[in-house]
Design a protein around this ligand. Structure first.
Ligand SMILES: [Mg+2]
Length: 406
């Protein structure tokens, strides 16, 4: 008999807000909004008490106050949250050899074949939930299903503080009337495109031919076809796994040949930021930074520099890249410029042996968070905001927003 996979998804409830409530009893049960540690103008999360008033993640402070005048604002304490994340990974490691850190407060556990040790999946989920409560004092919701996509949906349905098991024969019913955007991976853009096509629910999506989806969405169309059926073959990637990519880079053919170092340096900044953003999105860091230059005559060369502490920080990548550029004697105007970071490794909190400059890391984090919510150029370095929009570079791994994770 073929073994049915059992995937457990754990999602901490209103994570940052719950941590703040745990550590300051006077906040318990009150409407709390947690603001970014660097840019204190946007809520990164809100407690359930605040959500009852309609407070939502991504709201700015005046918006939050207008719906909930009594909201208590607390600044995010990132070190504390990452420490709890590490604690969670260590704890979950006792349950299964396959634990994936999906985000700072979400984890996948492959529980396939583990019923001999922990009993039926639901019993295992209860044990995990109890361990989380005992060890961290925090509430979490747990979803169980035959794959990651459905397990994540199950934990959403279990919120707050619950457990939900979606068995294989329950998938069709669960999805029939479910709005498409409830599936992880279907973002705002995809949702509105689907809605415009007259598709609101996963059930409706499942009725569309794969060819029309591929015509409309490209590769993503194929994913949508499977998602609508609750099919997801992606595996739980252990936090110990080696990084597949060895390097990450971006290059740009300049709109005209450039010799001026200042101008080149502005392009380096934009490219460094693009590389840094992608590295951070995938929790990768690297210790070798290189720049590639192509002369007007098409002569192309690459120069690299190794740094002591692996990084994904825009400012550090940019500084090293600029350093390399400044050390070069340019013989001709430049027609193409590129930046890349090599020798990549995962930077999961639990494995983080290197201490990056905390302030820089938090700045990146805040910028990434805001750009994720409001679009990729909402916050940009002042010195490159005037670069023409058409000079923007499309990354080779570019994907529509919601489709990144599946
Ligand atoms: Mg959460």
């Amino acid at each position: 008999m073929e073994k049915v996979p059992v995937i457990i998804h754990i999602d901490m409830d209103a994570f940052f807000a719950s941590v703040e409530e745990r550590d300051d009893p006077s906040l318990q049960g009150k409407p709390i909004g947690v603001t970014g540690s660097n840019t204190r103008t946007v809520l990164v999360t809100a407690s359930y008490a605040a959500r009852k008033y309609g407070v939502k993640t991504g709201m700015n402070i005046p918006q939050a106050k207008s719906v909930c005048p009594d909201i208590i604002l607390v600044t995010a304490k990132h070190e504390k949250y990452t420490a709890i994340c590490s604690q969670m990974v260590k704890m979950l490691d006792n349950f299964s050899p396959l634990v994936e850190v999906f985000s700072i407060d979400e984890f996948f556990v492959d529980a396939t074949g583990l019923s001999k040790i922990f009993g039926p999946p639901i019993e295992m989920a209860k044990r995990i939930k109890k361990r989380i409560k005992d060890e961290t004092g925090l509430p979490a919701s747990v979803g169980i299903a035959p794959n990651k996509l459905m397990a994540k949906l199950a934990s959403d349905m279990a919120k707050p503080d619950g457990i939900k098991h979606i068995k294989p024969d329950e998938i069709d019913n669960t999805l029939a009337d479910l709005p498409v955007e409830e599936l992880c991976g279907i973002g705002r853009k995809t949702k509105s495109t689907l809605n415009r096509m007259g598709i609101k629910s996963c059930g409706e999506l499942a009725k569309v031919e794969i060819t029309s989806l591929v015509d409309r969405f490209g590769v993503v169309g194929e994913k949508l076809y499977f998602m609508a059926r609750g099919i997801d073959n992606s595996s739980v990637t252990s936090f110990r796994h080696e990084v597949k990519e060895k390097s990450m880079g971006h290059s740009l053919t300049l709109p005209r040949d450039i010799r001026d170092r200042k101008e080149l340096s502005r392009h380096l900044l934009r490219l460094s930021d693009m590389v840094g953003t992608r590295l951070r999105r995938q929790d990768l860091i690297g210790d070798t930074i290189s720049i590639t230059l192509r002369y007007k005559s098409f002569k192309t060369f690459t120069r690299q520099k190794k740094i002591e502490i692996p990084t994904s920080n825009t400012k550090i990548i940019f500084e090293v890249a600029t350093n390399i550029l400044n050390g070069l004697k340019l013989q001709e105007p430049i027609r193409l410029i590129g930046v890349s970071v090599q020798n990549l490794k995962k930077s999961f909190p639990v494995l983080s042996l290197f201490k990056e400059d905390e302030k820089l890391r938090r700045l990146d984090k805040a910028k990434d968070a805001i750009n994720t919510i409001f679009g990729s150029d909402t916050i940009q370095f002042a010195s490159i905001t005037d670069l023409d929009k058409h000079e923007k570079v499309i990354s080779p791994s570019w994907r529509p927003q919601g489709a990144r994770k599946y």
